[in-house]
Design a protein. Structure first.
Length: 269
């Protein structure tokens, strides 16, 4: 299935839709779901140490028969591992069964983030991570990081959907060459019955989920929807044959109500 890619500031191409694996565990479930995703055409898999499923994700990649360079793999540095990010990545690579990851993210803006980022810069230069980025960072966190370090994050992975349209953050990232990656792009299913989403979806003969994913894509984001259902896994990828028009995009933009279905990093110092 045809996919769009975005070129990161590291020069790496990232598929615009990835398969999210948060809350898919144990590893055996993650392996099965990742196998389904790869068979459906996904070439971008997102995991994290704290998801406890890197091993299963790695097994699915290894057994897929797909060349390693053709699969974009993301994992993340967990909060308790900042004392030794190098060791943490080494362990993640071992669980995944790979020599490098395509993207390594600081999972949360913890107090040690600046020191850890400088180590991630070294890992990037050594080729252990083809790109490095952050997750759950606000404009404040990004500004601080860029003022004190050498490499601008390639990605900022945050909760983003029409009901949490973080326009200021998106504009800031666009200005500085940071790609926003939307996790929980379907708002955990809380807004699937919204009448505006339903109306726009009907205009394009797509599902509400597909329209929410396409909205993010048309805003230039990478999107990582998650599902264990094979039908929905395939459906979430099938959005590249339509383009939402300007009027409908405006309708979706106006749905923002600052709805966070995960957590709010705004007050993290």
């Amino acid at each position: 299935m045809k996919q769009n890619t975005i070129k990161l500031n590291s020069g790496t191409d990232i598929p615009q839709i990835g398969f999210g694996t948060w809350q898919i565990n144990p590893s055996s479930q993650a392996k099965k779901a990742t196998q389904v995703a790869l068979e459906a055409g996904y070439r971008h898999i997102d995991t994290a140490r704290i998801y406890l499923n890197e091993k299963g994700v790695g097994q699915a990649i290894d057994e897929s028969g797909i060349t390693r360079k053709d699969i974009f793999v993301t994992t993340k540095l967990w909060n308790g591992d900042h004392k030794d990010p190098r060791k943490a990545l080494k362990k993640s690579l071992k669980r995944l069964g790979v020599d490098y990851v395509d993207l390594y993210l600081i999972h949360y803006p913890v107090a040690e983030r600046i020191a850890s980022w400088k180590i991630l810069e070294q890992l990037y230069k050594e080729g252990k991570a083809k790109a490095i980025g952050v997750s759950n960072f606000t404009v404040k966190h990004l500004t601080e990081l860029m003022e004190q370090t050498d490499i601008v994050p390639a990605v900022n992975q945050v909760e983003f959907h029409p009901f949490l349209y973080q326009k200021e953050l998106l504009d800031f990232c666009d200005k500085h060459g940071v790609v926003v990656e939307a996790y929980s792009p379907l708002a955990h299913g809380k807004k699937m019955e919204d009448p505006t989403i339903a109306k726009v979806a009907a205009n394009y003969n797509k599902s509400p989920a597909q329209i929410m994913i396409k909205w993010a894509i048309q805003h230039g984001m990478v999107v990582i929807p998650k599902s264990k259902n094979p039908g929905r896994i395939a459906q979430n990828l099938d959005v590249f044959d339509v383009k939402i028009n300007k009027a409908d995009m405006a309708l979706l933009d106006n749905l923002n109500e600052n709805l966070r279905t995960c957590w709010d990093p705004t007050d993290v110092i």
